[in-house]
Design a protein around this ligand. Structure first.
Ligand SMILES: Cc1cc2nc3c(=O)[nH]c(=O)nc-3n(C[C@H](O)[C@H](O)[C@H](O)COP(=O)(O)OP(=O)(O)OC[C@H]3O[C@@H](n4cnc5c(N)ncnc54)[C@H](O)[C@@H]3O)c2cc1C
Length: 1197
C-alpha cells in the first residue's frame, strides 16, 4: 500500500495542478483512495489507511479524516524499482524463452515451468509507441494499461462531445482492471495475448472488440493486420509471433462507415465483479456500440447498426453477439423488440460447462443490454406500472430527479467519510490515551522483523508440504514423475522420520492431538503427507507441486463429507459435560403459549478462511545437546513447544519457541501453526540443519481448516405481537477430522444466540466428525454463527407476521432479570447491562427512524435499485484466562516487559506499555513524563516465561496488562522505601538515579507474576449495536453498503485508538463472512477457493461508504482491568447488520416482483445465503427480472 500511495503521489506531482499548501501534495482525495483500491488488509478495515492516504491530498477535508492523529506530513522517501529482465533474443540455440512485458500473467497461471530466458519487450520502440490521428489511436503492445488509460484521457480532451465518452468510457472501464500496481506494469498486449491464447477473462478484449479494433502481429518477416475478432478466434499465437500493436478507431471514423444524416452513436461498457474496483475478475463484461437515428414523425428510434460484445462469462474469449446485432439492425427499438433481443442474448451468452453460476452470468448479459437499449426505447405509451411504483421508464427519469431532492446524503464511489467518537479518560494516564500503536512505524516502513524476515542461517533448507488430495485413501507411494529429484530438492520427510521415542503429533491441545503426517491411510483431503526439503522456498514449493502420490481406494469405506452422513454413521465427537451450554426454561410450556409457530426452518452457514497477511511460517534451528530453537508465527508458543517435544521425543526444556510478532492470526495461528513449526523441527532434527518454511497461499488455504460450517434446523413459537415464547434448535457442527477447539463451539454458539429473550430455549447440538480438515478457532468462533442464527430467526418471525424486524428485535430484548436467567454470573450487575441504552442512543446518532422513512420513499421511486436498513445488537460473553507477566528494570532505567500474550497486530504491546507506564508512575519520580519511551515489550520465549497460554478470546490484552500491573506493584513496593530514604537527602529524584541506587543496594528489579482472574468476575458480557444501510442493484445483484454506524461499549478503553481499530477491522472481516468470502471445497472435500482469484476478502471499495464508530464510555467497574472491556471479537458479529439490511432490500425487490404478478404469496418468506454474494442476491431479486418487467410492459401496451 505504501508503494501504491507513493506511486500516486509521484504521478500527482508530475501534473500541472497548482502548487498545494505546504505539507500537502497535488494528489486528490479520490486519487488517494483509488491508489489503494485492490490492496488487501485484514486488520484495519481500511478506514485508517484511507485516512492516512487522504491526509496527503490537497483537497482533503480534515473533518472527513476521522481519527487521524497518527501520521506526520511532509516526509518523503526515494526508493528504486527492481529491473533486470534479460534483453537478448537468440531463437536458434534451443533455450527455453518467454516473451514478457510486466510478467503479471504469471500471477494468474502460476507457471511452474522454468525458462532459460525472458525477452523483455518493453525496450522495442515499435511496441512502446502510442500514435493518434484523425482515424483513431494505435497503442503499442507493450504499453502499460496505465499509460493507455492516460493516452485515452488525452484523446478525450478533444472537443467532440461523443469523442469524450467514447474514450472516457473505455478508460473508466480500464481503471477497474486489477489494481493500480498491476496496471502500471501489465501491458495491453500481454492482456490481449492472454485473452487470445489462454482464455483469460479479459476486460480489454471485450471493450476493444465492441470498439471495432484491429491488431498488428508479426511472425518472422510476415506482418498481418487483423480485426480483433479475427485475432481472438485464431489458434493461440505461436512462440515466434509477436503482437505489435492494437488500433482503436475513433468514433468519427466509425460514423463515417454509417453516414446516416442525423444519427447518433452510443457507446457503453459494463462489468459485474465481486468487488467493483479491487482486483476481481468479472462474472461477465460487456461493451456496446450503437448507431441510431430518431424518426421525427413516429418519435421512434431506429437501430442503424450495432456492435455488441460480451466476455469473461465462461467462454474461450470475448465474442460479438452477431445474431442479436443482426436482429436489432434496421429495427425500431420497442419493448417488444427488446424482448426478442433478450431472448437471443440468452441463447448467445451461454457459459461453458463447469463455469460457476451460469444462469447468473446469462442474466447479467440481459441486464446490461436492457440497461443500454432501455434508455433508447420509446416509452411514451407506457405508464402501466402504477401498481407498485407508479412510474414508467420515462418517468424513471423524473422520479430519479425527484428522489435526488429527497436524498439528503449523496453517496460517492469510495469511503467518503467516517466519524470516530471517543471519550478520553485521564484517570489512569497514559492508560486511556489513544497513543500511537507500538511498532507501527517499523511495520509501515517494512523494518519490523517477522519470522520470514530473519536471515537464513548457513545450510538452511526450506520445506513445503505435500498434502493429500483424497479424503480417505491408502498411500502406496510418494515420488516424482522425473527420474531425478526436481531442481534443488534434497529430501522428503514423512512420519517414518519421527525419531525413536517421538510421536506422530503435529498439534496438541487439552482436547486431544492431531497427527503431523498421514500414515498408511489419509483421513482428509489437505492432510499433510510429507515435507519436501530443498535449497530454496521456490524449489521446495515446485517440488511439492511436482510430487506424485499413488493412492489406492480398494475396499475402503466411502469418506464422510457431510454432517448428515456423520449423523447417519454416528461419527460424532463427545462434548465434555462441563462445557456444554445449559438449556433455559421449559420448551413445551413455551411453545404451548405461542400464537404462531414456524417449524423445522433451516439455516446453513459455511466456512471462512483467516486470510492473515503473513502466511504460516516457522524457522527451526538445531542447538547443542539435542535442543531446538523454533521461531514461529503462532498465537500459543507454549503449545507448539509441547507438540514439538512430543514429536521429537525430548523433554520440553529442550525446545525453545520464540514469537516476536504475528502478522495477523484471527485464530488461524492458534492451533494450525503447530504442525508447521513441528514439521520444520522434525526436519531440522533429522538433518541437523536449520529448516524453515513460508507457506504459499494455496497450501495455506488448503490446510487451514477455517471457521466451522453448520446446519441448523429450528422451531420457534411466538405471540402475534412478535414476542417469542420458545425456541428449539438442532445444530450440526462440522468439526472436521479432529477435535481441535471444536468442543468449545456449542457454548459459544449458544452464548451469542442468547442475546434475545427466547422465553424457553432448548437445543440439541452435535459435533460431527467428518473426513474434512479440522475446523479451528476463527475470530468470534461460534459466537458469530450464534448471533447470526438469532437474527435469522427474528427476521423469519417478522416476515411471518409482516412486521418490521426492528420491532421484533426490540420486543425480545432482555430485561436484566431475563439476562441473568440466560447468562447467569456473566450478566454482572444491573448497571453493567448497557445494551438497551446503546440501542436507543444508536437510533438517534444514526438517524435510524428518519432514514427508514427515506428508504421507503427511495424504494417507491426506484425500480432497479432497492435499499434496506437494519439495526442489530450483539452480546458477547468473554472469559479471562490466567496469564503470566514479567517486568525488569535495567541499569539505565529502561524497562523490559514480557507477557504471555502475543502481539498479533491487535495492539497488545501498546496497551501493555501503557499499563507498565501507568503502574510504575505511582513512584512519582521527577521528570518521568516520557515513561512510555523507556519501556520495551519483547518477544515471547517459552523458556523464559512459561504458561504463556493462548492469545485468543479477546481478553489477552487486558489479562496481560493486569499481569504487568501486578509486577509493577511489587517493583514499586520494592523501590518506594529507597525513594523515601533518598527524598530525605535530596529534593529531586529522577527515575534513572533511583534505579542506579537500587542496583547499588541490590534491590531485586525483576518481577514475575501470574494473573489468575477472580472466579466470580472472570466472565463478563460485551455489548454493542450497529445500523447498516445498503443498496442492491437488481440488474447485477451488487450490494453497496452506503453507511454503517456502530456503537460499542468498551468500558473505559485502555487505548481508544487501538479499540477503534479492532472494532472497524472486526466489522469489515465480518462483512467478508456475510457478503463475500466463499471458502468452498470440491467433491473430495479439498478446498478449491485457494487463492485471491477466487477468494474475495473485502477491499476499500466494498466497505461502507460512511463508517461511523463511537465508543460508549460506560464508566468505572472495579471488576474489570482498570474498568476496560474487550474489543477484539464482539464487533465482528455486528456485520450481520449488513446482511440483514441486504435481506430488507431484497424483500423490497420481491414485493415489486409480486406486484408485477411474478411471485406467489410466499414471496417474503425467504432466506438469504451466507455469504450473500452477487449471484445469490440477484437470484433472490429475480434472475429474469428484466424479462418479467418487459413482458408486463409489452402485455399492457
Ligand atoms: C491480480 C491481477 C488482476 C487482474 N485483473 C484483471 C481484470 O480485472 N481484467 C483484465 O482484463 N485483466 C486483468 N488482469 C490481467 C492483466 O491485465 C494482465 O496480466 C496484464 O495486462 C498482462 O500484461 P503483462 O505485460 O504483464 O503480460 P506478461 O505477463 O508479460 O505476458 C502475458 C503473456 O503474453 C505474452 N506476450 C506479452 N506480450 C506479447 C507480445 N507483444 N506478443 C506476443 N506475446 C506476448 C507473454 O509471453 C505471456 O504469455 C489481472 C492481472 C492480475 C495479475
Amino acid at each position: 500500500m505504501c508503494m501504491s500511495l507513493f506511486g500516486a503521489l509521484v504521478n500527482a506531482e508530475k501534473t500541472d495542478r497548482p502548487e498545494p499548501s505546504p505539507g500537502y501534495s497535488k494528489l486528490t482525495v479520490l486519487e488517494a483512495e483509488k491508489a489503494i483500491a485492490g490492496n488487501l488488509c485484514r486488520c484495519t478495515g481500511y478506514r485508517p489507511i484511507a485516512d492516512a492516504c487522504k491526509s496527503f491530498a490537497s483537497d482533503v477535508d480534515m473533518e472527513d479524516l476521522g481519527f487521524n492523529s497518527f501520521w506526520k506530513k511532509g516526509e518523503r522517501h526515494e526508493f528504486s524499482g527492481a529491473s533486470g529482465l534479460i534483453k537478448s533474443y537468440d531463437a536458434n540455440n534451443g533455450v527455453r524463452m518467454k516473451l514478457v512485458v510486466g510478467n503479471t500473467g504469471m500471477g494468474y497461471y502460476k507457471e511452474v515451468e522454468h525458462y532459460d530466458r525472458y525477452i523483455d519487450l518493453r525496450y522495442i520502440p515499435e511496441l512502446s509507441m502510442i500514435r493518434g490521428d484523425h482515424t483513431g489511436i494505435e497503442i503499442g503492445a507493450s504499453v502499460t494499461i496505465s499509460k493507455a488509460i492516460e493516452a485515452l484521457r488525452e484523446e478525450s480532451k478533444g472537443d467532440l462531445s461523443l469523442q469524450v465518452s467514447w474514450c472516457s468510457k473505455k478508460l473508466h472501464h480500464m481503471e477497474k482492471i486489477a489494481a493500480k500496481f498491476i496496471r502500471n506494469i501489465g501491458s495491453i498486449g500481454g492482456n490481449l495475448v492472454m485473452a487470445q491464447g489462454k482464455h483469460f477473462p479479459s476486460d480489454i478484449a471485450t471493450i476493444l472488440l465492441a470498439a471495432g479494433s484491429f491488431v498488428h502481429i508479426i511472425n518472422g518477416v510476415i506482418h498481418e493486420k487483423l480485426t480483433l475478432e479475427e485475432f481472438l478466434e485464431r489458434p493461440p499465437l505461436d512462440s515466434k509471433s509477436v503482437l505489435i500493436s492494437v488500433r482503436i478507431p475513433n468514433c468519427g471514423s466509425i460514423k463515417d462507415v454509417y453516414p446516416e444524416g442525423d444519427s447518433k452513436l452510443f457507446f457503453e461498457t459494463y462489468r459485474a465483479a465481486p468487488r467493483p474496483l479491487g482486483n476481481a475478475l468479472p462474472y461477465l463484461n460487456a461493451a456496446f456500440l450503437a448507431e441510431v437515428s430518431c424518426s421525427k414523425s413516429s418519435n421512434g428510434i431506429m437501430m442503424n447498426s450495432c456492435q455488441l460484445a460480451f466476455g469473461a462469462f465462461g467462454t474461450k474469449h470475448a465474442i460479438r453477439a452477431r445474431k442479436v446485432e443482426e436482429f436489432l439492425t434496421g429495427n425500431w427499438l420497442t419493448n417488444a423488440v427488446l424482448c426478442e433481443a433478450i431472448k437471443l442474448v440468452k441463447a448467445t451468452v451461454v457459459p461453458d460447462d463447469g463455469t460457476s453460476d451460469p444462469a447468473y452470468r446469462s442474466s447479467l448479459a440481459v441486464g446490461f443490454l436492457f440497461d443500454f437499449l432501455g434508455q433508447l426505447v420509446d416509452s411514451s405509451s407506457n405508464g402501466w406500472l402504477k401498481g407498485y411504483s407508479g412510474i414508467s421508464l420515462l418517468e424513471d427519469v423524473t422520479s430519479k430527479e425527484k428522489y435526488d431532492n429527497l436524498d439528503h446524503v449523496k453517496y460517492p464511489t469510495l469511503l467518503s467519510s467516517s466519524k470516530q467518537v471517543i471519550e478520553l479518560n485521564k484517570e489512569y494516564h497514559p492508560i486511556g490515551e489513544p497513543i500511537t500503536k507500538s511498532g507501527s512505524a517499523l511495520q509501515a516502513s517494512g523494518e519490523a522483523v517477522y519470522v520470514d524476515d530473519i536471515p537464513s542461517p548457513g545450510n538452511c533448507l526450506y520445506g513445503s508440504f505435500i498434502y493429500s488430495t483424497k479424503p480417505f485413501a491408502r498411500i502406496k507411494g510418494i515420488g516424482f514423475n522425473s527420474k531425478s529429484l526436481p531442481d534443488g530438492v534434497t529430501a522428503l520427510v514423512s512420519f517414518k522420520d519421527i525419531p525413536k521415542g517421538g510421536q506422530n503429533i503435529g498439534l496438541l491441545l487439552s482436547f486431544g492431538p492431531e497427527r503431523l503426517f498421514a500414515e498408511e491411510l489419509t483421513q482428509y483431503a489437505g492432510e499433510p503427507i510429507a515435507f519436501v526439503l530443498a535449497d530454496s522456498q521456490k524449489h521446495a514449493d515446485v517440488g511439492a507441486k511436482l510430487a506424485v502420490v499413488d493412492y489406492d481406494l480398494e475396499n475402503l469405506e466411502s469418506p464422510i463429507l457431510t454432517v448428515e452422513e456423520a449423523v447417519e454413521r454416528s461419527s460424532l465427537f463427545e462434548i465434555p459435560p462441563v462445557i456444554c451450554p445449559k438449556q433455559v426454561g421449559d420448551f413445551s410450556k413455551g411453545i404451548a403459549e405461542a400464537d404462531h409457530k414456524i417449524l423445522s426452518a433451516k439455516i446453513k452457514l459455511g466456512s471462512q478462511y483467516y486470510f492473515y497477511m503473513e502466511n504460516q511460517t516457522a524457522l527451526a534451528v538445531p542447538d547443542e545437546d539435542n535442543c531446538m530453537v523454533v521461531y514461529s508465527s503462532i498465537q500459543c508458543p507454549e503449545y507448539a513447544q509441547v507438540a514439538i517435544a512430543k514429536c521429537l521425543g525430548v523433554p520440553e526444556h529442550n525446545v525453545r519457541v520464540l514469537t516476536r510478532r504475528v502478522g495477523g492470526g484471527f485464530g488461524g495461528k492458534v492451533t494450525k501453526s503447530m504442525p508447521v513449526a513441528t514439521a520444520c523441527a522434525l526436519a531440522a532434527h533429522k538433518y541437523q540443519c536449520p529448516v524453515r518454511i513460508y507457506m504459499n497461499r494455496k497450501t495455506d488455504m488448503i490446510m487451514a481448516g477455517g471457521r466451522h460450517p453448520m446446519k441448523i434446523t429450528y422451531s420457534v413459537g411466538f405471540k402475534s405481537n412478535g414476542k417469542i415464547t420458545a425456541l428449539y434448535l438442532d445444530i450440526l457442527i462440522d468439526a472436521g477430522i479432529s477435535l481441535d477447539i471444536s468442543p468449545m463451539m456449542p457454548k459459544a454458539v449458544v452464548g451469542a444466540l442468547k442475546k434475545y429473550n427466547w422465553g424457553a430455549l432448548s437445543f440439541d447440538i452435535k459435533l460431527c466428525k467428518t473426513n474434512l480438515s479440522s475446523k479451528s478457532a476463527m475470530r468470534g468462533p461460534g459466537d458469530l454463527q450464534g448471533s447470526y442464527i438469532a437474527e435469522a430467526i427474528i427476521e423469519q418471525v417478522a416476515s411471518f407476521l409482516s412486521v418490521d424486524a426492528d420491532s421484533v428485535r426490540a420486543i425480545n430484548f432482555h430485561t436484566y432479570d431475563s439476562l441473568k436467567l440466560f447468562y447467569d454470573v456473566s450478566a454482572g450487575d444491573p448497571l453493567e447491562y448497557t445494551l438497551t441504552s446503546i440501542w436507543d442512543k444508536l437510533a438517534t446518532s444514526a438517524c435510524f427512524n428518519q432514514r427508514t422513512q427515506m428508504i421507503k420513499e427511495f424504494n417507491r421511486y426506484n425500480i432497479w435499485k432497492k435499499r434496506g436498513i437494519s439495526r442489530i445488537p450483539c452480546v458477547y460473553d468473554v472469559s479471562m484466562r490466567p496469564t503470566p507477566g514479567k517486568v525488569s528494570i535495567l541499569h539505565d532505567g529502561s524497562i523490559v516487559v514480557e507477557v504471555g500474550g502475543i502481539e498479533l497486530g491487535q495492539g497488545l504491546w501498546t496497551k501493555v506499555k501503557q499499563m507498565a507506564a501507568f503502574a510504575l508512575s505511582s513512584i512519582k519520580c521527577d521528570g518521568d513524563a516520557d515513561f512510555l519511551d523507556k519501556i520495551r515489550v519483547i518477544q515471547a520465549d517459552t523458556l523464559s516465561l512459561i504458561q504463556g497460554g493462548i492469545t485468543a478470546g479477546s481478553t489477552t490484552s487486558e489479562s496481560s496488562c493486569e499481569a504487568v500491573r501486578l509486577c509493577c506493584e511489587v517493583l514499586v513496593e520494592r523501590l518506594m522505601p529507597l525513594k523515601e530514604r533518598l527524598q530525605m537527602q535530596t529534593d529531586s529524584i529522577r527515575w534513572e538515579m533511583l534505579i542506579q541506587k537500587a542496583y547499588l543496594e541490590a534491590v531485586n528489579l525483576s518481577v514475575n507474576s501470574f494473573f489468575i482472574p477472580d472466579f466470580a468476575s472472570k466472565q463478563y458480557l460485551n455489548y454493542g449495536a450497529a445500523v447498516s444501510e445498503v443498496e442492491v442493484d437488481l440488474l447485477t445483484g451488487q450490494t453497496t453498503i452506503l453507511r454503517s454506524d456502530i456503537l460499542y461499549d468498551c468500558g473505559q478503553s485502555l487505548n481508544p485508538a487501538v479499540d477503534l481499530g479492532q472494532i472497524e477491522g472486526a466489522f469489515v472481516q465480518g462483512i467478508g463472512f456475510f457478503m463475500l468470502e466463499e471458502y468452498t471445497t470440491n467433491s473430495d472435500g479439498l478446498v478449491d477457493t485457494e487463492g485471491t482469484w477466487t477468494y474475495k476478502i473485502p477491499t476499500i471499495d466494498t466497505i461502507p461508504k460512511q463508517l461511523n464508530v463511537a465508543l460508549l464510555h460506560s464508566g468505572r467497574n472495579p471488576k474489570r482491568v482498570l474498568s476496560s472491556k474487550a474489543s477484539g471479537e464482539p464487533p465482528l458479529l455486528l456485520a450481520a447488520s449488513v446482511h440483514c439490511a441486504t435481506k430488507a432490500a431484497i424483500s423490497e425487490a420481491r414485493k415489486q416482483l409480486h406486484s408485477w404478478g411474478c411471485l406467489d404469496g410466499s414471496h417474503l418468506t425467504f432466506q438469504v445465503g451466507v455469504p450473500a454474494t452477487m449471484p445469490i442476491v440477484k437470484e433472490l431479486c429475480g434472475l429474469d427480472v428484466v424479462e418479467r418487467y418487459l413482458q408486463c410492459k409489452v402485455g399492457r401496451n
